[in-house]
Design a protein around this ligand. Structure first.
Ligand SMILES: [Fe+2]
Ligand SMILES: [Fe+2]
Length: 224
């Protein structure tokens, strides 16, 4: 991570990576929902990223450094925004543990697929909402209310944390980028295959008057 960024820019840059990997997990969930093949162990790659990078490294910086600095500056530990953020971290941990247990199964029954789909979607919604609250409310509030001296001390602690976890962070960053890239490619291939299927369908059947409105009888768009 760029050492010229301040504490909040570093944390928000990490959020941006989470959003990319959440997109990959959502694509994976769509594949499960549509009956496509997803190896259970694929979930373990997401688990490794979210448990390692999002929880241990990122939430570690938040809970051990940022939140403690905010508590020192007068924010309550057991109520208000810090308590809500901690509860959401715990909720995320529970969902990732659930996905981990599913990922360790050699094969999935239909009930496992449904449970995995629901847990993956719940986790994506939870983390997206959590990121919005931190980016839009918690971090600006901390930046505004932490005294300069506390912010400098926090920046030093965040840099020390980054340096001491550099190797792990690098490997997890690579894993996150690989997941984002691989699942984006799968989504593109699927979209291409769907388009070709619809084009073929369109060449064999008349779309009638609906074609002029850009929606054909098979439900696809852009035939006009
Ligand atoms: Fe957080
Ligand atoms: Fe965060």
């Amino acid at each position: 991570m760029n050492t010229t960024l301040n504490t909040f820019e570093i944390l928000m840059a990490e959020h941006r990576l989470f959003v990319r990997v959440l997109g990959a997990l959502e694509t994976c969930a769509q594949r499960i929902e549509s009956g496509g093949e997803v190896a259970p162990r694929e979930l373990l790659r997401f688990v490794e990223f979210f448990r390692g990078y999002a929880d241990r490294l990122h939430h570690g910086k938040e809970e051990d450094l940022l939140f403690e600095a905010m508590i020192e500056a007068g924010f309550p530990r057991e109520a208000g925004p810090l308590a809500v953020m901690r509860i959401e971290h715990e909720h995320g941990r529970a969902l990732v543990s659930f996905l981990s247990a599913l990922g360790k199964k050699p094969a999935w029954a239909a009930s496992d697929r449904r449970a995995g789909l629901e847990a993956a979607r719940e986790f994506c919604a939870l983390l997206r909402g959590h990121i919005q609250k931190e980016d839009r409310v918690l971090y600006p509030m901390a930046e505004q209310r932490l005294p300069d001296e506390a912010q400098q001390k926090l920046a030093g602690a965040v840099q020390a944390h980054l340096q001491s976890h550099g190797a792990a962070e690098h490997d997890l960053l690579e894993l996150g980028l690989a997941l984002a890239k691989e699942w984006a490619t799968r989504a593109r291939l699927r979209a291409t295959s769907d388009d070709e299927s619809h084009e073929s369908h369109g060449s064999q059947e008349s779309h009638g008057s609906q074609e002029s409105h850009g929606t054909c009888a098979c439900g696809c768009r852009s035939h006009s």
